[in-house]
Design a protein around this ligand. Structure first.
Ligand code: UDP
Ligand code: MG
Length: 331
């Protein structure tokens, strides 16, 4: 499919690389108990140095307890965040703590089919630095959501300096190079999909069919998604800021012409009182545009504010690793 135009690196890959699999989990206790044994077994085809890094994103269920118990038997490390920070932050936490030669990002709810990972590794061995899953359909989503998603990516790809595949997601295999690059990006408002595209590197897509959730319900509501979309726009494009400059200039020129016409008309035919509808309409129109553009400025300023505060993206409350079971780190 659509390779990037950068050439693949000519490096030789290690035969059995060490692998960190990042599983962001928010209320996925049951699902993890199902997934971890299968996943561990499956991944041994590719390597025997495996770490499953479960990032518990402030779950209210028994996710942490189950992950801790799994660490007795399986190569599981639990990174428990101090509260729910959201999937983007959970993934970032995983990326910061992953030390494998390759890093696999996967949902903890079983929606990302294991078989695809084989192809991920195939292309990684061929020299691609990033191999990502592209869903072949969105039948599980409502028509409204599909249309909004499409519209969002269409506008974003026109106005941003990066190109994001609309059907790609967080299911991907990253070479260590890409992981190190992602760690260098310090921004607070994050849309991971945009960041993967921003760092570049040679990448390859693999199509897959999204499986139904093992259990539980999706945590992404329209409100979350629209917040993420706004982050996408404001972090990767300044077009929304520029539109208003152009529109403002256009409206000013038109108003000048109109003023000129009025002066001429008054000189030729004298003045007549009617005309307030035009004025009222003009004021309302300009008022609307001004409020909207101030709103957009506000959106960018809010993001500048959050960057300036430079709070950490996430806080780790507890870490439990199969490597050092009795060495629990606080803080
Ligand atoms: N997730 C998370 N933090 C959140 C919401 C979700 O870590 O605040 C995880 C969740 O446990 C799952 C993955 O992100 O492993 C995808 O979430 P979900 O299945 O709810 O989203 P969808 O599949 O509908 O995109
Ligand atoms: Mg899901």
């Amino acid at each position: 499919m659509d390779d990037t135009n950068r050439s693949r690196s000519e490096v030789t890959r290690p035969d059995r690389p060490s692998l960190t699999c990042i599983l962001p989990a928010y209320n996925e206790g049951e699902n993890l108990a199902h997934l971890v044994p299968r996943l561990t077994e499956y991944l041994t085809r590719f390597t025997d140095r495996i770490e499953l890094l479960i990032v518990d994103d402030g779950s209210q269920d028994d996710t942490a307890a189950i992950a801790t118990a799994l660490a007795d038997t399986y190569p599981v490390t639990l990174l428990q965040l101090s509260r729910n920070f959201g999937k983007e932050a959970a993934l970032s936490a995983g990326i910061d703590h992953a030390d494998g030669d390759v890093v696999l990002l996967m949902d903890a709810d079983g929606q990302h089919p294991l078989e695809v990972v084989e192809q991920f590794f195939h292309y990684w061995h061929q020299g691609y630095d990033m191999v990502y899953g592209v869903r072949d359909n969105r039948d599980d989503e409502s028509a409204g959501k599909r249309h909004l998603t499409n519209l969002f990516y269409r506008i974003l790809s026109r106005s941003a300096e990066i190109n994001i595949h609309p059907d790609a997601g967080d299911f991907r295999l990253l070479d260590r190079k890409v992981v190190l690059a992602l760690r260098q990006l310090p921004e607070r408002s994050r849309m991971m999909k945009g960041l993967y595209a921003w760092v570049g590197f040679s990448s390859k897509s693999v199509t897959f069919t999204v499986a139904p959730r093992l259990g539980g319900t999706s945590n992404f509501r329209l409100r979350h998604l629209s917040a993420l979309a706004l982050t996408g726009f404001t972090s990767f494009s300044s077009a929304p800021l520029r539109v208003w400059m152009l529109l403002g200039a256009g409206v000013s020129v038109l108003s000048l012409l109109y003023a000129f016409v009025i002066v001429l008309r008054t000189l030729m035919f004298g003045s007549d009182v009617p005309g307030w509808p035009t004025i009222a309409a003009g004021i309302a129109f300009l008022g609307g545009i001004q409020l909207f553009s101030v709103g957009i400025l506000g959106e960018y300023i809010a993001r500048i504010f959050s960057e300036v505060k430079a709070r950490p993206l996430y806080l780790v409350g507890r870490r439990v690793s199969f490597r050092d079971r009795d060495n629990t780190v606080e803080g």
